[in-house]
Ligand binder design. Sequence first.
Ligand code: ZN
Length: 377
Amino acid sequence: MPTMIAARLHAYGSPMTLDRIEVPEPRPNDVLVEVKACGVVPNLARVVSNFFGTLTPDNKMMPPLPAIFGLDPAGVVAKVGSQVWSVRPGERVYVNPGRSCGSCRMCRGGQPYDCPNWTLQGYFGRSQDIMRAYPYGGLAQFITAPATALVKLPDNLSFESAARFGYLGTAYSAMRKVGVGPGQTLLINGISGQLGLNAAQLALAMGATKILGTGRNQALLDRVKILAPARIDVLSVPNAPHGPTDPLVAWAKQATDGHGVDGMIDCLPPGAPASAMMRALFCLRRGGRAVNVGAVLETLPVNAFWMMTNRIGLQGSVWFTTGEGEDMAAMAGAGTLNLAALEHRVSPLSKVNDVLAGMDDRNGGFTNFVIDPTRVG
Ligand SMILES: [Zn+2]
């Protein structure tokens, strides 16, 4: 049997080790992908230290050990199963890690992301069975995945940029729910972070007329504005009490002839207070919609009567469909989605523990952490 190198976690809280294991054979509906780049999200450091395991003490959300992590793999199809007809070896692809059972009521109804067993391959999720069926994350030289999970990549989209699809797709799916498009003003709460920057790049591609963004680091905010100075405005917002006289709300109203923004995407990082999200909600116009893809953990002091009388919508969103991934690949291929501002920081697989330990050293969302599993030394 041919073998490969994979970074495996044998115990939560311990470093990963490079192990030589067998290259898996794809099942009839699966493909084998040779990984050329895998995105590493800052949250992975929390995951491998068992942060989520401590939230759910029975550990049902975490993959069985030893585990191969890696959420955002991009590479080349090496082999296809006997029942795969639309994908051929040699094609460049991103592997969407979102897995569902395929046969429950929600899956049969065309809403696989509402599957009670929904699981992220190479990360964690709700089904131990799915994690056992797809145990290969992108921190390995080869992975198997269902053929239905593949996003075909245009030639002008690098593997490194595709390895950012997790953040991009999360932002894209949220913006579709908000209804971003021409004539719309969008507020991105936390615009200079990993999610927020990608949201800004996508909002430009989707034709939003005006993009407002908040953040705390003025230098990073200035860099975001440079992406499209005529369409993006940024405001540095220190943590402060919220309310109708909030300078953030006043700024958003001033930018929209006093009405408020059409949509708000919350991209705040873990640890941000609930008040920081409430302030952004108050920037919405009557009938405005907000979608939360950020990581505020505190409970929001939401006034349901205010929401009702102002027809405010607030929805949560997680990840993105493979179809939404195809949309992004098409936009990147056409050049309407410009990802040139990303700074790829590519490391060999052997440096994975160093990468995880050093993720706080980054230029906000501009830094794109990528592991290249073809390099092990
Ligand atoms: Zn299902």
